[in-house]
Design a binder for this molecule. Structure first.
Ligand code: GLC
Length: 594
């Protein structure tokens, strides 16, 4: 049973679609909206409550679509508004909700507003929608201050007439001036536009950056890079108090609808500040990324769970749980790499990626085993679970994409700074059909050529005219926009659907069991199991219990340690690996009804 009513989002399983890499129906090598419609049955069987679509708007793809040219349209390469309406109808017909991504901090540099700002020149009203400032130095040849973009390099870019504009991300993503009434009005119009088309909610991109204060102090006195999420009211860029006034206005828009629309904030802020974004008079929910940050250590997961629950209680909302998304290395890989305690987000995985996956051994068996345990732990938790496309297939990060084929601006911008390879390795087009395997590419024996097959990502094109008679193959689609490794053959959705031991089978069973046993109660309480029930090394075990729908309790036990943990007496409803003599081995998780 899928969640309905105005609280549907409080304990939903949300599936994140990265549309350009999900499925391609017109053979241009880029996923499209009809591709999502074509897989609606797959998503239905997976059992998810909602789809979140990463941006599908017209874009120059300077940042994977997070550089938006028109907020109220579909990129023609991805389809039309009519296709979008069909998608909403198809999802709703199966009881699934649809969430779209709103990118309010910046537009594309090809957005008409920015083009107008460039054309109208310094001091013009059009420039005031962005954050243009004069440079330093005798001729203004130096940026206004030393701020760095999140993607590396200066956060300022100079235009032909000598002024500089702020871009916290890529230079093709100029930051908007949220003090400008037209900016505010236009985004409210966008929220209504999609809500009127039946969209149920929004994911708000870098929600903590909108309100900025560039004027209270001279810019060149602000040379220090302000730390994201510091929670200080003196921070000119991030998490400023005025941002909440914007979201209170958005809430008034959401409440014009029945049921009210909902939103989840991507806000990298101190835990004690999450509550504001998530509060019922603002967005509703906020992403808690601590779960995704945790290394494979019991204490890191325990802390992530405890902090997530505390933050949710504090805000009067529910927590969110994330293992992977389009911005982080896939977790089956992270858990297969050496585990170190680090303060830097995914440090080992990013180092490994930088050397094309050659520095550390990626133990895939280990990674898969832990990923199976992790998702059972995650789906047992109260609150919403956000699943990133392909994790249900157990996909690993594609580490060795050649550098000249990368799309992510992070890779380009950091080449001469703190280098990172970027996020393309988790954005490779999905494998749907094992039999549609491509031949090895001329440039690498480990990648497909994309022309002879794409694991079902691109639908085969009918040959033009009587082409088939001339021996022209039916398939003449363009290669997928990022190359698919040949090992994807072992992870194709059709093969996994037929294999009861696959990752996909586990996700299906666990999502169904969660709906039936846990979310059906509406109860979001959780109690930690006492150490006496957690085997010989309780520190190495995460064990909690929740009320189950049939009046029993569901115990979730995850064992990180080497010594087997005797499971509590009861009915084992799910286990990531089979228990041995009633005990749970290392790197495994089980659900027990008792
Ligand atoms: C968010 C998105 C990321 C994007 C950035 C800039 O962090 O998740 O993909 O690059 O915002 O829009």
């Amino acid at each position: 049973m899928r969640a309905q009513g105005s609280d549907w989002w409080k304990q939903a399983v949300v599936y994140q679609v990265y549309p350009r890499s999900f499925r391609d129906t017109d053979g241009d090598g880029l996923g499209d909206i009809r591709g999502i419609v074509s897989k609606i049955g797959y998503l239905d069987e997976l059992g998810v409550d909602a789809l979140w679509l990463s941006p599908f708007y017209p874009s120059n793809l300077a940042d994977g679509g997070y550089d938006v040219i028109d907020y109220r349209a579909v990129d023609p390469r991805l389809g039309t508004l009519a296709d979008f309406d069909d998608l909403v109808a198809a999802a709703h017909a199966r009881g699934m909700k649809v969430i779209v991504d709103i990118v309010p901090n910046h537009t594309s540099d090809h957005h008409p507003w920015f083009q107008e700002a460039l054309a109208q020149g310094p001091g013009s009203p059009a420039r005031d929608r962005y954050l243009f400032r004069p440079g330093r130095g005798e001729h203004g040849e130096l940026p206004p201050n030393g701020w760095r973009s999140v993607f590396g390099g200066s956060a300022w870019e100079r235009v032909d007439d000598g002024s500089w504009y702020l871009h916290l991300f890529a230079r093709e993503q100029p930051d908007l001036n949220w003090r400008h009434p037209e900016v505010r009005a236009d985004f409210e119009r966008t929220l209504r536009f999609w809500s009127d088309r039946g969209v149920d909610g929004f994911r708000v991109d870098v929600a903590h950056a909108l309100a900025k204060d560039l004027d209270s102090r001279p810019l060149d006195e602000l040379d220090q890079d302000p730390v994201q999420g510091s929670g200080s009211p003196d921070n000119p860029l991030w998490d400023r108090p005025e941002v909440h006034e914007i979201y209170r206005a958005w809430r008034r828009v959401f409440n014009e609808y029945e049921p009210p629309r909902f939103a989840v904030a991507e806000a990298w802020v101190a835990p004690e500040h999450q509550r504001y974004y998530a509060s019922p008079d603002e967005l509703g929910q906020v992403f808690n990324f601590q779960f995704a940050k945790a290394g494979w250590f019991a204490d890191e997961f325990r802390r992530a769970i405890a902090d997530g629950l505390a933050a949710a209680a504090d805000s009067g909302s529910t927590s969110t749980w994330v293992l992977s998304n389009h911005d982080v290395p896939r977790h089956a890989t992270r858990y297969g790499l050496p585990q170190v305690r680090s303060r830097v987000y995914h440090q080992i995985a990013n180092d490994w990626l930088l050397r094309d996956g050659s520095t550390y051994y990626e133990d895939r068996a280990h990674g898969t085993r832990r990923a199976r345990a992790a998702v059972l732990m995650e789906l047992a938790l109260p609150g919403s679970v956000y699943i990133y496309q392909g994790e249900e297939l157990g996909l690993f990060e594609v580490a060795d994409i050649p550098w000249d084929m990368l799309e992510d601006p992070q890779a380009r911008r950091t080449l001469h700074g703190d280098a990172i390879k970027g996020r393309d390795g988790c954005r490779v087009p999905l494998p749907w059909e094992a039999a549609d395997a491509p031949a090895p590419a001329a440039w690498s024996a480990s990648f497909g050529d994309g022309a002879t097959g794409s694991f079902g990502f691109s639908a085969p094109l009918a040959p033009a005219g009587d082409g088939s008679a001339d021996g022209v193959p039916a398939r003449a689609a363009a290669a997928p926009h990022l190359p698919q490794p040949l090992w994807f053959a072992g992870f194709a959705a059709d093969a996994e659907a037929a294999d009861p031991s696959s990752m996909l089978a586990l996700y299906r069973r666990a999502i169904a069991a969660r709906a039936e046993l846990l979310t059906a109660t509406g109860d979001t309480s959780l109690s930690w199991m006492p150490a006496s029930e957690l085997g010989p090394e309780p520190d190495q075990v995460v064990g909690f219990e929740r009320p189950a729908a049939d009046g029993r309790a569901l115990a979730c036990v995850a064992n990180f340690g080497a010594r087997p943990v005797p499971l509590p007496a009861g009915e084992v409803v799910l286990a990531s690996v089979d228990p041995v003599d009633g005990a749970l081995p290392q790197d495994a998780c089980a659900w027990v009804l008792r």
